[in-house]
Design a binder for this molecule. Structure first.
Ligand SMILES: Cc1cc2nc3c(=O)[nH]c(=O)nc-3n(C[C@H](O)[C@H](O)[C@H](O)COP(=O)(O)OP(=O)(O)OC[C@H]3O[C@@H](n4cnc5c(N)ncnc54)[C@H](O)[C@@H]3O)c2cc1C
Length: 378
């Protein structure tokens, strides 16, 4: 059978694309190398913008939110700073279990008529009329392919991308901790060029992990952190997080979404929102394919996002390098002591603006204050 769209990978990017495409009346095949539920190393942190996007797509997030952190306690060498949501009542981080979250999204897609196959995709071949997807067990034909197969994407490599630009994150599910359930911890003193986290996810469980822009063997550091939180660790899992959008996010009949396209925030490590967002856009543009060339439309649509994530990469090196390793450590100064910075974080997490606009709003008032308070200007 020939499908309108074959989607490789049933994480948040793939399942969202499948759900939206199917709701728009397209024949959809979703392929994943695992049967669900399956384990996915993740902090399970859902930002307010992720929950807003889910509601906008008619996906009720309530069944998969295990716990809500209304405050985030961020520690660096200069002190501990409390972050909260300045832009609504939503908790700054809703905590989920990725096994449950991904299984829920996949089932939403299946309910809307998506076909699912368990197979490991080994390559794709673009033909004059569409794309042939090669799996270990079978071959699948589609007019279009969405590559949603994560950071190690086969589809991405097949359209000419290399794997440059990835951070490394490790996590475990720990038990026995004592920090309050409505506070998520972020500690920037545990690891260079990144942070450690502890997200309470209810039922006495904590998602504890650490991630860094620079690769290293961080298992021992994670064990130490878990121990200092008076918790006992579970199995430790590791996985890359892309830190830059890939050079090519489309080819003739192929779209990359989520981690496969390098759509993740290198400053925070947030990727679920970007996977769902790009997945939904890819499905929408395919639906519009009869009017115009969908891959060009998709490329234009994700351009602002690509600019935003490139800026976030620059910001991440400033935050983890200049602010954490130099200013907060040796001078006791940090941007996080400034209310405007904390608001900026809340603004971006809430989806009120991309980094570029949020930064402008931060610079403008502070420039204003400087100009007004500087007598030489009058
Ligand atoms: C430790 C860690 C913590 C994180 N914490 C957070 C967080 O708290 N909040 C947040 O928003 N983001 C977080 N992220 C990032 C987030 O997990 C990813 O950005 C997100 O999962 C990307 O979704 P995706 O659908 O693009 O890819 P994935 O979720 O990786 O899904 C890809 C799917 O493709 C399948 N697949 C892969 N290769 C093949 C193949 N060859 N054939 C068939 N199927 C294939 C896989 O089995 C998988 O199901 C974290 C990442 C890590 C590593």
């Amino acid at each position: 059978m020939r499908y309108d769209v074959v989607i490789v990978g049933a994480g948040p990017g793939g399942s969202t694309a499948a759900l939206v495409a199917s709701k728009l009346g397209l024949r959809v095949l979703l392929i994943d190398r695992f049967q669900f539920p399956r384990i996915k190393p993740c902090g399970g942190g859902l930002t307010p913008k992720t929950l807003a996007l889910m509601r906008g797509l008619d996906i009720d997030p309530e069944p998969i939110i295990r716990n809500r952190c209304f405050k985030v306690a961020l520690t660096n060498w200069a002190g501990t700073y409390l972050l909260s949501n300045h832009y609504g009542d939503e908790a700054l981080i809703g905590v989920t279990s990725r096994e449950e979250f991904d299984n829920y999204l996949l089932n939403e897609a299946l309910k809307h008529g998506v076909d699912f196959v368990k197979d490991r995709v080994t390559g794709i071949e673009e033909t004059p009329s569409g794309v042939r997807v090669k799996g270990l067990s079978n071959e699948y034909l589609g007019s279009y392919v969405i590559g949603a197969d994560g950071a190690n994407s086969v589809v991405s490599r097949n359209i000419g991308n290399d794997r440059a630009g990835e951070a490394l994150a490790l996590m475990t599910i720990a038990h026995g901790g004592q920090h309050a359930d409505d506070i998520c911890l972020i500690d920037m003193t545990r690891i260079k060029w990144g942070y450690a986290w502890s997200f309470p996810r209810g039922r006495g469980e904590y998602d504890v992990g650490l991630g860094s822009l620079k690769w290293g063997n961080y298992r021992e550091e994670l064990r130490r952190y878990v121990k200092e939180l008076s918790m006992s660790e579970g199995v430790i899992y590791g996985h890359p997080i892309p830190i830059k959008p890939r050079g090519r996010v489309v080819s003739k009949n192929v779209f990359l979404v989520g981690d496969a396209g390098g759509f993740a925030d290198p400053t925070t490590g947030e990727g679920i929102f970007y996977a769902m967002y790009t997945g939904a856009w890819a499905a929408l543009t395919i639906k519009k394919s009869k009017l115009t060339n969908p891959t060009l439309v998709y490329r234009d649509l994700v351009q602002p996002l690509i600019r935003n994530l490139r800026l976030a990469y620059g910001l991440s090196t400033t935050v983890y390098g200049l602010d954490t390793l130099v200013m907060s450590r040796y001078l006791g100064l940090t941007a996080f002591s400034y209310e405007g910075t904390r608001r900026l974080i809340s603004r971006v997490m809430s989806g009120k603006s991309w980094y570029v606009d949020a930064l402008k709003s931060l610079v403008k008032p502070s420039l204003h204050v400087r100009l007004l308070s500087n007598k030489r200007w009058f």
